[in-house]
Design a protein around this ligand. Structure first.
Ligand SMILES: NC(=O)c1ccc[n+]([C@@H]2O[C@H](COP(=O)([O-])OP(=O)(O)OC[C@H]3O[C@@H](n4cnc5c(N)ncnc54)[C@H](O)[C@@H]3O)[C@@H](O)[C@H]2O)c1
Length: 339
């Protein structure tokens, strides 16, 4: 019930029409729907509203495959809720994986992140490159990968997809992602405000292409590729510098000013990523979207929503804002448990 989930459901419902699809989510952002025509989880056969830290009994009975998306999903939330990030993204997540293996689940797909490369100047990082996780969020992803590696065997095939930064329209849109922020600024106020000096490198992937990669991972050939795989997921053509993204948006949406903060301190996250292995292993599941179609598609969704909030960086479309408001109103406690 987050940003990536709805597009994944749409894809799996089409690619595996007979599969029984079960969702589990505590629903922090369940109400944050954006320009939908149907409730996204209506595509599921069953939806549990549950906290991963206290999963329902029998959740995994009869399940073949787990796609693990649930997480405290970015650095700003991870910085504010360090322990909770560790508890959910690592502790409860690895418990889930252990229970899944014990229950006879044969495939486990984990949404990892390219942020494990941290600040990495110079050439593009492949899967063998040293890791430099700088934040609680990135550390939780690496911790999971290491533990999952120990669990993987021919009966429990694990794929950790190190996704580039996501972008694009979704039924629960997030605007705390770089390209989405630029498109939202362009639509709402004809202004793109780049908070950095524009030089950091940031590989991107469209949410639809994330769903494609997950679908590949569910069915991948583990006999040849091994029981455990940690794989950069994105494409070499989508390594962009932040200023190039801003300029691309300004080219497509007319009348937009771009302001770059030339005095900004160096961004802690900058890396180019080598997606060659993913290209080799998944030639039929390569990203399909172009930067232009991603921008146009998102602009269309925002227009359909009649989006015009120039103050969107303080809105319900920013994950940390929603969580903070839940806490301020006493709906969640400091451990992010529903009250
Ligand atoms: N969006 C990106 O740029 C990106 C990039 C790389 C990896 N990822 C990973 O992909 C996954 C999905 O990302 P997203 O953008 O959809 O994030 P999101 O924040 O929109 O969605 C995460 C979902 O997890 C749920 N959740 C959180 N804690 C939970 C708990 N304790 N129990 C049950 N549910 C819980 C939330 O309610 C939310 O619906 C995450 O693991 C994220 O780290 C995302």
């Amino acid at each position: 019930m987050g940003y990536v989930g709805p597009g994944l459901l749409e894809r799996l419902r089409r690619s595996s029409p007979d599969a029984v699809l079960v969702g589990v989510d505590t629903g922090y952002f369940a109400h944050c729907l954006t320009g939908v025509t149907i409730f996204p989880e209506a595509r599921l056969d069953l939806q549990y509203f549950a906290d991963l830290r206290k999963p329902p009994e029998n959740l995994l009975e009869g399940v073949d495959t787990v796609v693990h998306l649930a997480a405290i999903s970015n650095d700003p939330m991870g910085d504010r809720f360090k322990e909770v990030t560790h508890d959910i993204n690592f502790q409860a997540s690895i418990e889930l994986a252990k229970k899944a293996k014990a229950a006879g689940v044969s495939r486990f797909v984990f949404a990892s992140s390219c942020s494990v490369y941290g600040f990495a100047e110079g050439e593009a990082r492949n899967e063998q490159a040293p890791l430099n996780p700088l934040t609680a969020y990135a550390k939780s992803k690496i911790g999971m990968e290491e533990e999952l590696n120990k669990l993987a065997d021919e009966s429990f095939v694990v794929t950790c997809l190190r996704f580039a930064t996501a972008c694009g329209a979704s039924d629960r849109l997030r605007l705390d992602l770089v390209l989405n922020d630029f498109v939202a600024g362009a639509i709402a106020s004809r202004q793109i405000t780049v908070l950095s000096d524009g030089t950091p490198w940031r590989p991107l992937i469209h949410v639809k292409d994330m769903a494609l990669a997950i679908d590949w991972a569910i069915h991948r050939d583990s006999d040849n590729e091994g029981a455990f795989l940690a794989l950069n997921s994105g494409s070499n053509g989508w390594n962009y510098q932040v200023r190039d993204l801003a300029e691309a948006v300004a080219e497509i949406i007319p009348g937009v000013d771009v302001s770059i903060n030339k005095d900004a301190p160096a961004d802690k996250r900058s890396y180019q990523v080598d997606f060659g292995l993913y290209e080799k292993l998944a030639p039929d599941h390569q990203p399909q979207m172009t930067l232009k179609t991603a921008i146009e598609d998102l602009a269309e969704r925002l227009e359909f929503m009649k989006f015009n909030d120039g103050d969107f960086r303080n809105s319900q479309l920013i994950r940390l804002k929603v969580i903070s408001e839940h806490c301020e109103q006493g709906r969640l406690n400091s451990r992010l448990e529903w009250q």
